[in-house]
Design a protein around this ligand. Structure first.
Ligand code: NAD
Length: 491
């Protein structure tokens, strides 16, 4: 058993001195780490440490010096990528071939935002008035409260933290209670990189800890990744405190295959959309819209490949699909499969717990495909966050657009076609924050990412992701030397 405390003001607060909880390895179905449940007083201490660091070290530091530290963090992540990947795969059952590349991407994001740290500009604005000089600056907020989900703890953190730090903010981070280990291990690298104490603090625990962060008057902005249900609670609480929030929430993303698509590419895109990461990804292409003319061909190809997906030890590089990340999630996925059967969808393949050599202990679920799905079924409307695909047949572009937009979500959409005009027609009609054409699940440092509707608001990654952690200050300097009428506004 590993043991972790809280990381506050550059010090480890021992796990044993307060109440604790356990993190489970979903492959072995055994507890493997003991963690500390932070109290309200400890959340307060973490916020105060961040406020102090903001005032005394991080904000006063120039951008180039901040960049140097962020680059050192990136180098240490690369050096420790194998170990971090191993720990994350142990904590949440995601296959090592994905967590390994995720760690390199985490480092990439630190480097990407390090590049911005000394290039955050305002602008000079010409006014109607002569003799007034107007300019803007981009200021950090202060302390950012970061709350993340369990499916990719360090990647989700890296979508937020390096941008926040580059802009001069400090942070209090709360990872999911289901997978906190790598976020805590990461703090050891921050220390090694020379990040001043208190710039990043980590408090662990469940909803109460997150709630205390959102309510804390010292937290100036909240950046959240998680479910729409919790997103709504956080937005409401933040609203009470008039605090800005960024919400990265769930999805029910349509992956649309037209009859003129390259079917080899589209099949790979559909598989990546739903079975990569065991479907436990916000951008899962969980609704596959297929033109009637190629429907049977696509469903046949997908079923064949789905049956051959290699499940097993997440730490084995040959494994293609890992476990459900935790027991409540396993139960939710199985319940969603049952409800699709009850609603009359046609089970093509899967539909049960996966058993057999190397699988019996872990929370494995067969890659599952339903055809004959209509957009009003629960399998088409509710985010499952698991390896469950609903295939919906369509005939016209208009029908595809109506089905694609016909959920409460709007995170991503995929379009597969060799007709450029069709792709260009589809892009403005799809109501989602991301549109992929002839690719799916493509994640880059430069491109902004985020949703519309119940998938949230605000953007991460790219320049937009940086600007989310800054606020604009406008400055006017009157150099006319005139005395003005105190009772008339000057414009
Ligand atoms: P969740 O909403 O249950 O929990 C997320 C985090 O919020 C956890 O750290 C949890 O402890 C905390 N939390 C719970 N209640 C809280 C409260 N009242 N106040 C403050 N914090 C609270 O989500 P999950 O089950 O961990 O993750 C799955 C969800 O995350 C899915 O809906 C998925 O789509 C979404 N997700 C979105 C993205 C994205 O970038 N859009 C990425 C990954 C996951």
């Amino acid at each position: 058993m590993r043991e972790y405390g809280l990381y506050i003001a550059g010090e480890w607060v021992g796990a044993a001195s307060g109440s604790t909880f356990q993190s489970f390895n979903p492959y072995r179905q055994q507890p493997w780490a003991t963690l500390r449940e932070a109290s309200e007083a400890e959340v307060d201490a973490a916020v105060r440490a961040a406020q102090d660091a903001y005032a005394t070290t991080w904000r006063p530091m120039n951008g180039a010096a901040r960049a140097e530290i962020l680059n050192r963090i990136a180098a240490l992540i690369v050096e420790n990528a194998d170990e971090l990947a191993r720990l994350e795969s142990t904590d949440n059952g995601k296959v090592i071939r994905e967590t390994r590349s995720q760690m390199l991407f985490v480092a990439r994001l630190f480097r990407f935002y390090a590049g911005y740290a000394d290039k955050i500009f305002g602008s000079v604005i010409p006014l109607d008035q002569p003799a007034i000089f107007d300019f803007t600056t981009r200021e950090p907020y202060g302390v950012i409260g970061i709350i993340t989900a369990w499916n990719s703890p360090l990647s989700l953190l890296a979508n937020k933290l390096p941008a926040a730090l580059a802009a001069g903010n400090c942070a209090v981070v709360k990872p999911s209670e289901h997978a906190s280990v790598t976020t805590l291990e990461f703090c050891k690298l921050l220390e090694k990189a020379g990040l001043p104490a208190g710039v990043v603090n980590v408090v662990t625990g469940g909803p109460k800890v997150g709630d205390a962060m959102v309510k804390h008057p010292g937290v100036a902005k909240v950046s959240f990744t998680g479910s729409p249900g919790v997103g709504r609670i956080i937005a409401a609480t933040a609203g009470q405190h008039l605090k800005p929030v960024t919400l990265e929430l769930g999805g029910k993303s349509p992956n649309i295959i037209f009859e003129d698509a390259d079917l080899d590419q589209a099949t790979v895109g559909a598989l990546a959309g739903i079975f990569a990461a065991t479907g436990q990804t916000c951008i899962a292409g969980s609704r596959l819209l297929v033109h009637k003319r190629v429907h049977d061909e696509i469903v046949g190809r997908l079923a064949e490949r789905a049956k051959a997906i290699r499940m097993g030890d997440p730490l084995d590089p040959a494994t293609e699909m890992g476990t459900a990340a935790n027991e409540p999630q396993f139960d939710r996925i199985m319940a969603a499969i049952d409800s699709a059967k009850t609603d009359g969808a046609t089970l093509v393949t899967g539909g049960a717990r996966a058993t057999g050599a190397g699988l019996d202990e872990g929370l494995f679920i067969q890659p599952t495909i339903f055809s004959g799905v209509t957009n009003d079924m629960k399998v088409a409307q509710n985010e499952i966050f698991g390896p469950v695909l609903g295939v919906i047949a369509f005939e016209t572009e208009e029908e595809a657009v109506a089905i694609a937009n016909g959920t409460q979500y709007g995170l991503a959409s995929g379009v597969w076609t060799t007709d450029l005009s069709r792709a260009m027609r589809m892009i403005p009609k799809l109501n989602s924050g991301v549109v992929w054409v002839n690719t799916y699940r493509m994640v880059t440092a430069q491109a902004p990412f985020g949703g519309v509707k119940q998938s949230g608001f605000g953007r991460e990654r790219g320049e937009q992701g940086l600007l989310e952690f800054t606020t604009v200050k406008n400055v006017m300097i009157d150099f006319s030397g005139e005395k003005r009428d105190p009772f008339a506004v000057k414009n």
